[in-house]
Design a protein around this ligand. Structure first.
Ligand SMILES: C[S@@+](CC[C@H](N)C(=O)[O-])C[C@H]1O[C@@H](n2cnc3c(N)ncnc32)[C@H](O)[C@@H]1O
Length: 234
């Protein structure tokens, strides 16, 4: 039985030992902030646990990629849930150093491959079954989620899974007040999807995004502090 609170406690103790040398495109403290968001983490933990269990019914071995791994905790959840191997990728050297530390603490280095680099360019040596990428600030506008999954899902087994699985994006335009929602599945999301309007009369866009992590596990816009808060884009 894997205990979410025990994992979080071990992580919390490790947060005291980190380095932010500001070498990454994003400061490592961003990833650290996410990793302390227990509401977000619990939802990802549940989603990953169920997804790995489902995959274990179909595949003899389950290979995972955690693209934009930050502290490494999402791939860690996958390994602790029974995944056989996980590749952890981040383009921030501090994130990579921390991921190595965490995996060593959990004695999981023998099932991990740790890569410092751009997840948009990474070429897995064999197909894999689960792609995890929490590289979203809000609405796919500031991080590389879309190009990362577009690139990496070409290496995903046809029955493989992506976490987050899908999104419900609500876009409200001001001053007109017109609103519309878009449903997006990670496995089929268009690379050029944009929430920005082509209409120049739009002064402000309010964006809210609910995320289906996997199956019945959702994170709604505003549920937690570090992930997909409602926001103004323009
Ligand atoms: C918001 S943090 C989340 C970290 C972790 N996935 C989690 O959920 O706790 C996003 C991470 O993705 C990394 N990242 C963003 N774009 C990347 C890219 N193109 N290649 C590799 N890492 C990337 C950042 O350096 C950062 O560590």
């Amino acid at each position: 039985m894997i205990d979410f609170d025990a994992i979080q406690k071990t992580l919390n103790q490790s947060f005291a030992i980190y380095r932010d040398s500001h070498q990454g495109a994003l400061p490592f403290t961003d990833a650290l902030f996410c990793a302390q968001d227990v509401i977000r983490n619990r939802a990802f933990f549940q989603a990953i646990q169920i997804a790995v269990t489902d995959l274990k019914f179909q595949f003899h071995s389950v290979y995972v990629i955690d693209a934009g791994c930050g502290t490494g905790l999402l791939g860690l959840y996958a390994l602790l849930s029974g995944a056989d191997q996980c590749v952890f990728i981040d383009n921030n050297p501090d994130a990579i150093a921390f991921t190595r530390l965490i995996l060593t603490q959990f004695q999981l280095m023998d099932r991990a491959t740790i890569v410092l680099g751009d997840a948009k360019l990474y070429q897995p040596s064999h197909p894999f079954h689960l792609l995890i990428s929490e590289t979203i600030v809000s609405g796919f506008v500031e991080e590389d989620f879309l190009p990362i999954i577009t690139h990496l899902k070409t290496y995903l087994e046809p029955e493989g899974l992506v976490i987050p699985q899908a999104f419900q994006v609500k876009i409200t335009e001001r001053p007109s007040g017109s609103a519309h929602s878009i449903s997006l599945e990670s496995k089929t999301i268009p690379t050029d999807f944009s929430v920005l309007p082509s209409d120049s009369t739009v002064e402000v866009i309010e964006l809210a995004m609910d995320t289906q992590l996997y199956g019945a596990i959702w994170l709604k816009s505003g549920d937690c502090l570090s992930y997909c808060n409602p926001r103004i884009l323009q």
